[in-house]
Design a protein. Structure first.
Length: 88
């Protein structure tokens, strides 16, 4: 599954199910119509343009009951445009 170079956030689907979390409010808050990418186990959100926007989303996810690192993480890196990343 692809993850955004620009402060992408990856969420475990199992965490959403076990904690009964609906991402629709987060999607609306950050004006996302669709996930950046998804797999059977993970959901990728982004891109977030800047660390402040990613941090704001992190706080939104934590308010919903998700725990940073255990349930989701922020991918950030300074890489060229020709480079892409995937998580499994």
């Amino acid at each position: 599954m692809k993850v955004s170079r620009d402060f992408g956030i990856v969420v475990r689907r199992a965490a959403l199910v076990s904690k009964d979390v609906d991402l629709s409010t987060v999607m609306a808050e950050f004006n996302f119509q669709t996930y950046f990418d998804e797999s059977s186990n993970l959901i990728s959100l982004g891109p977030f343009f800047g660390g402040d926007a990613a941090d704001e989303c992190m706080r939104s996810l934590e308010r919903l009951g998700l725990a940073y690192v255990d349930d989701f993480f922020i991918f950030e890196g300074f890489v060229p445009d020709w480079c892409s990343f995937e998580v499994f």
